[in-house]
Ligand binder design. Structure first.
Ligand SMILES: Nc1nc2c(c(=O)[nH]1)N[C@H]1C(S)=C(S)[C@@H](COP(=O)(O)OP(=O)(O)OC[C@H]3O[C@@H](n4cnc5c(N)ncnc54)[C@H](O)[C@@H]3O)O[C@H]1N2
Ligand code: MOO
Length: 331
């Protein structure tokens, strides 16, 4: 506190010196002395306490406590914020700016951390074209260039996107080769149709399909699998809206599980007009009263239904009216 460092009983004699923060002071107080001190300065030798300016009457020759403030002490003592060995953040806490700043205050130079999870997105489909003009039968890649934003919004690190040809050998190589990723997010090939080789390849690689399908639209054909080396495979349905909706609803759960983090799901009230048998992932707009409004459906072939939208909402099966839903904010 800005005030006076004092020694002995009041009133005190003010010394001419000023003790400032960061400097090495040579001031020594005798009983009856007071010296002006700045917030953050080290208490000078001989000082017994600090009294803040607001609690003092100061003249050229005398420093006197104001009535009712005779005994106050505004000294900040080393270690007063926490004791040695104190737990400042429980295991599993996300390393937020507050955690980093607290570690700095506590002179903790390094932290044991898990993650971030590294996610590699793999585009599948011989028809998918990432650059150059489209030939007949080709489809513009509308996921690769934007997927990193969504991966990062899930708290994971996005590695570069690769493109896989629709051959069994290429899909096998994806799962058997060395890899710098913790999660392989494969776009397309989840359906099990003529050209979809993902499920068989996971089985051939000795992987276990943990979630084979989900009663949800879009994203019903999504899968979550674990390879023998622990890597997680997310099969994202190929239609871009389905791929992104699936990614942002399933990847956070994988991140939480891998990092032993406490799941934190945001919820909100969504106005739902019609009920459906299964769960739905819908784009929503924020209303001024803090509730959410379902957007008109646009199909899943593009992300046009997300343009300007604030979030996805996961609407539970059969729900209608004002429904509490999981809200997944969009990046
Ligand atoms: N008999 C059925 N067939 C399909 C069904 C069904 O219920 N019964 N569902 C359809 C839906 S909905 C989806 S979604 C897909 C999911 O299957 P896949 O994951 O195997 O997806 P693909 O067939 O590989 O691709 C679907 C569609 O998306 C296009 N695509 C793929 N990647 C991209 C990309 N990076 N950028 C833009 N577009 C992409 C791809 O060309 C296909 O047109 O199954 C349906 N079939
Ligand atoms: O999974 Mo498709 O999931 O409805 O576009």
């Amino acid at each position: 506190m800005d005030g006076y460092a004092v020694a002995g009983a009041p009133p005190w004699r003010p010394l001419a010196d000023v003790v400032t923060a960061g400097g090495a002071s040579t001031v020594v107080l005798e009983p009856g002395d007071a010296v002006r001190i700045a917030t953050g300065a080290v208490l000078p030798d001989g000082a017994e306490r600090v009294v803040r300016d607001e609690h003092l009457d100061v003249t050229d020759s005398l420093v006197t406590p104001l009535p009712g403030n005779a005994d106050g002490d505004d000294t900040r003592r080393i270690g007063e914020d926490w004791h040695a060995g104190a737990h400042l953040a429980p295991a599993g806490t996300v390393v937020s700016p507050a955690v980093l700043s607290t570690a700095l205050s506590a002179e903790v130079p390094s932290l044991a951390v898990r993650g971030p999870l590294r996610v590699r997105t793999i585009l599948s489909g011989d028809e998918i074209r990432t650059s150059g003009p489209l030939a007949r039968g080709e489809t513009r890649d509308a996921v690769g260039p934007v997927v990193a934003s969504f991966v990062r919004a899930c708290g994971a690190e996005a590695l570069e996107v690769t493109h896989l040809r629709d051959t069994a050998a290429d899909v096998d190589a994806l799962f058997s080769g060395p890899c710098d990723a913790d999660v392989l997010a494969v776009v397309g090939g989840t359906g099990g149709g003529a050209a979809d080789r993902l499920r068989d390849a996971i089985t051939r690689a000795g992987g276990e399909i943990v979630v084979g399908r989900v009663r949800c639209r879009p994203g019903g054909s999504q899968l979550t699998a674990v390879l023998p080396d622990g890597r997680v495979v997310l099969g994202l349905p190929g239609n871009p809206f389905a791929a992104i909706a699936t990614l942002v609803t399933i990847l956070p759960a994988v991140v939480d599980a891998a990092l032993a983090a406490e799941p934190s799901r945001r919820r909100g009230i969504v106005h739902v007009d019609d009920a459906a048998d299964g769960a739905r992932i819908v784009a929503v707009d924020a209303l001024p009263d803090g509730t959410w409004h379902v957007r008109r459906g646009h199909g899943t072939a593009t992300l046009v239904g997300l343009v300007g939208a604030a979030a996805f909402a996961v609407v539970p099966p059969l729900a209608r009216g004002d429904v509490v839903c999981e809200i997944v904010p969009l990046p």
